[in-house]
Design a protein around this ligand. Structure first.
Ligand SMILES: [Ca+2]
Ligand SMILES: [Ca+2]
Length: 305
């Protein structure tokens, strides 16, 4: 018994030494390298909520005035593509205060059914309205004669590159480019939704393939996928920040994400319900997010930190 006890005491003592030795070994070893400073990332802070919207789909900001335009489909579930003669476009003051709820309302003379993507080109606001593209002068002294598009199947988003206007046709899986001289198709992925331009390059997202692509505005090359489909559910809008960061809205996953300029890293920027086609106010660093199924537009301040 006694010897057993002595042995037990000795082994506890030895174990204690071992612990002391191993602790010492750790503290006297090489210092761990300090973590490199984290790369600054984009953050979004909610600064305004615009209520009274009615199925808002898209926001575009006029860079000359800071006024924001919102397309409102106006119609309950199942009427997103209905030619019901009910729809309107709202105008917001810079920062998001409601200026005119029905800045343009559907009328017999100027029918609106279910307007979605918006863009501004040479003094006119363009809206994709199911099979048509309609336009409204923005009030500048001399808006140019609007460009015209052939009938489409399900026109969705719009973009302009300074020379021409583009509309995506989600049902046809193509984009149409139109200028004063005429129109022609641009190769696009199946169920193409949001489209945008950045420094002369064209990008788009596919709703059904949940992938991001670089497109060839000249219409020749096949769309180049980013290889990020596993991150997304149903992509709607796409914009680029001045540093080349992509912002995409994932409608079904209730989130707006950033994609790093090298097209590799996806981060959730904000969780937000049913985000449709987002708009950017570059001058004020604002992101407008229409919540399609929640009758409001949420405005965020973007900051890199
Ligand atoms: Ca409608
Ligand atoms: Ca859209």
């Amino acid at each position: 018994m006694r010897s057993c006890k002595r042995m037990a005491v000795a082994s506890v003592f030895a174990a204690g030494l071992l612990v002391l030795w191993s602790c010492k070994g750790k503290s006297s070893g090489q210092q761990a390298a300090p973590n490199p400073p984290a790369e600054p990332t984009w953050t979004a802070t909610r600064v305004a909520v615009v209520e009274k919207m009615n199925v808002p789909e898209s926001v575009v900001v006029d860079p000359d005035t800071g006024m924001a335009y919102v397309s409102n489909v106006e119609g309950g579930p199942g009427l997103a593509w209905a030619a019901d003669g009910k729809a309107f476009i709202s105008r917001l003051k810079p920062g998001g205060e409601l200026d005119a709820l029905r800045w343009k309302d559907s009328s017999r003379q100027a029918l609106l059914n279910a307007p979605k993507g918006l863009c501004i080109f040479k003094g006119n606001l363009y809206a994709a309205d199911i099979s048509r593209v309609v336009s409204f002068p923005l009030g500048t002294a001399s808006p140019s004669k609007p460009v015209t598009f052939p009938p489409g199947r399900r026109y969705n988003d719009m973009a302009a590159d300074g020379e021409a206007v583009y509309v995506s046709d989600t049902a046809a899986g193509k984009v149409i480019r139109a200028d004063e001289k005429g129109h022609r198709p641009v190769k696009a992925p199946q169920s193409v939704n949001g489209i945008t331009f950045f420094k002369g390059r064209m990008f788009g997202v596919s709703w059904g393939l949940h992938e991001v692509y670089e497109l060839d505005a000249k219409g020749k090359a096949e769309p180049k996928p980013f290889g990020l489909a596993k991150h997304f559910s149903s992509l709607d809008g796409i914009e680029l920040l001045d540093d080349g960061t992509f912002i995409v809205s994932d409608y079904a996953a209730n989130k707006v994400c950033t994609i790093s300029p090298d097209r590799k890293t996806v981060r959730t920027l904000v969780k937000v319900e049913t985000p449709a086609d987002i708009g950017l106010d570059r001058k004020r660093g604002l992101l407008y997010v229409p919540e399609f199924e929640h009758q409001r537009v949420v405005v965020y301040k973007l900051q890199k930190k």
